[in-house]
Design a protein. Sequence first.
Length: 127
Amino acid sequence: MHRDWDLVRKLLIAIADRQRPGTQLDGNDLTIEGYEDSLVAGHLLYMDDAGLIEAKEYRGLGSLEHDLGTVAVFKIMPKGHDLLDSIRADNVWNKTKERLTSIGGAASLEVLKQLAVSVTKEFLRLS
């Protein structure tokens, strides 16, 4: 699985918009149109590993595929809120993606965030 930053952004927005304090979201609450459930589940687990969200996978022994219904999302972590704040605006996200494409489209989480912050500063005329 390769990281799909569009999907990560869509998931962060969906979690922020749908989750209420003190509740958890079942993975089935996070279906994203145009994406297979197993890919969404894999990205939720990646986001947990990266410290963007707190999530847990509940699956039976011997199950090899990630199933969206087996993933529970508990909250967005501070690192996830910081990333979402830097990429939520469509104009900033589109410009960030344009710049990523110019270098081949792949970037680490830290590079993505720094690039989005740089784009935001340009929009605000801070740099």
